[in-house]
Design a protein around this ligand. Structure first.
Ligand code: SF4
Ligand code: SF4
Length: 331
C-alpha cells in the first residue's frame, strides 16, 4: 500500500467512525421525538414562533439558508476541483463497497457477482489471490454485519440513540423499531450483495451531483494516461483495470470515467508494475492544463497540453523485483 492509499484508508476509517458515532455523541442528528436537529450537543431550531417577523426572517436565513448554502457551496467547489473525492475518500457506503469487493475476490476470484471476466490470480503488479470458497463465510458475515450496522445507525439519526442501542442490547426494541431495523437490514444486505456498484453509479444523488460538476471542468483532477509511454503496458496484464473498485478502465477518456471516485487504486497498481522495473509510470493523477488531454480528447480532438505533464514526479531508482512468485495478496 502506497502513502496515498494509507492516508485514504485512515480517512475512510475515521469518517466511518464519525458516521456511526455522530448520533450517540450528539454531533449531528434529527430528533423526531423533539422535532428538530441537534448539532454539536445544541438544539438547532428555526425558532420562528412568538418572535417578530423580522427576527423570524433573520433566523430562517441564519439557521437554514446560510448553513445549507455553505454545505452545497463547499460540495460544488470540491467536486469542481476534485470530482467524486467524497465518494473515494470518505463515503461510508463506498468503504463497504471496497471491503466486500476484496472479500468476494478472495472467495470467488471476482469482485462482483456480475463481473464477466475474473482478474488473473497472479497479476503483473504483484497481487496474487487464490480464491477459496470457504471465504464466502466472511462475505456473508460482512454483508450481514454492515447491513445491520447501517440500519441501526440510520435509525439513531432519527430517534434517541441511547434508546435504540439500549433496546437493541437488551432485546427490548419496540415493534416499529424492530420492523424498521429488520426491513432496512434486509434491503441493505441485498444492495451490498447484488447492486452496490449500481447504486454508486446511478442511484446515489450525492455521487451523481459530484460527477456532473466534475465533468463540466476539463481541468479538474483526473487519472491521466501518458500515451507517449504506452509501451509500459505491452507486457502488463491491465493491472490498473483489475484494481479499480468501480470496474472502470482507467486509461480511457474522462467521458468513460464518469463514476471515477478518485481512489487512485489504479495509479498504485501501475506504480507497482513499473516502479520495480525502473520504468516510467504511464498512469498518474493530472490536473490543470494536463487534465485536458483526458477531458477533451474525443471524436478526433487532440488538445494541446504541456509536454511535461507526466515527468514532474521523481522516479524511484530502478529496483528489479527478484525472480519468483509475487508475494503480496491484496486486491
Ligand atoms: S479509475 Fe482509478 S481512481 Fe477512478 S475509481 Fe477506478 S481505480 Fe479509482
Ligand atoms: S497503465 Fe500501468 S497498470 Fe495499466 S496496463 Fe499500463 S502499465 Fe499496466
Amino acid at each position: 500500500m502506497n502513502r496515498t492509499q494509507r492516508i485514504r484508508l485512515l480517512a475512510r476509517v475515521a469518517f466511518f467512525a464519525l458516521f456511526v458515532l455522530a448520533p450517540p455523541l450528539d454531533l449531528f442528528r434529527l430528533d423526531l421525538t423533539q422535532g428538530h436537529f441537534i448539532l454539536f450537543g445544541m438544539d438547532w431550531t428555526l425558532d420562528l414562533r412568538d418572535v417578530p417577523p423580522m427576527q423570524a426572517a433573520l433566523n430562517l436565513v441564519l439557521r437554514a439558508f446560510l448553513p445549507i448554502a455553505a454545505v452545497i457551496g463547499l460540495g460544488v467547489w470540491l467536486s469542481w476541483k476534485l470530482g467524486r473525492v467524497y465518494c473515494g475518500w470518505l463515503c461510508p457506503h463506498f468503504s463497504v463497497v471496497e471491503l466486500i469487493n476484496g472479500l468476494m475476490r478472495r472467495a470467488s476470484g471476482r469482485i462482483s457477482l456480475w463481473q464477466k471476466t475474473p482478474p488473473p490470480e497472479v497479476q503483473a503488479d504483484g497481487t496474487r489471490i487464490h480464491p477459496r470458497p470457504w471465504r464466502w463465510v466472511w462475505v456473508v458475515l460482512a454483508v450481514g454485519g454492515f447491513a445491520l450496522l447501517w440500519a441501526v445507525t440510520l435509525l439513531t439519526y432519527l430517534l434517541p440513540p441511547g434508546e435504540i442501542w439500549g433496546n437493541l442490547a437488551s432485546g427490548t426494541l419496540t415493534r416499529n423499531q424492530a420492523l424498521f431495523i429488520g426491513v432496512a437490514t434486509m434491503l441493505f444486505a441485498l444492495e451490498f450483495t447484488l447492486a452496490r456498484h449500481l447504486f454508486c453509479r446511478f442511484g446515489c444523488a450525492v455521487g451523481l451531483f459530484q460527477s456532473l460538476i466534475w465533468m463540466a471542468n476539463p481541468r479538474a483532477l483526473v487519472v491521466g494516461f501518458d500515451r507517449a509511454h504506452a509501451e509500459s503496458c505491452l507486457d502488463c496484464d491491465r493491472s490498473c483495470e483489475h484494481a479499480c473498485p468501480m470496474l472502470l478502465r482507467p486509461r480511457r477518456i474522462k467521458r468513460h470515467m464518469f463514476t471515477c471516485t478518485q481512489c487512485q487504486q489504479c495509479v498504485q497498481a501501475c506504480e507497482r508494475v513499473n516502479r520495480p522495473r525502473g520504468r516510467h509510470i504511464p498512469l498518474q493523477m493530472v490536473a490543470g492544463e494536463c487534465a485536458r488531454d483526458v477531458s477533451e480528447r474525443d471524436f478526433g480532438r487532440r488538445p494541446d497540453v504541456p509536454a511535461d505533464c507526466f515527468h514532474r514526479r521523481e522516479q524511484a531508482p530502478a529496483r528489479v523485483r527478484p525472480a519468483g512468485p509475487p508475494v503480496t495478496e491484496e486486491p
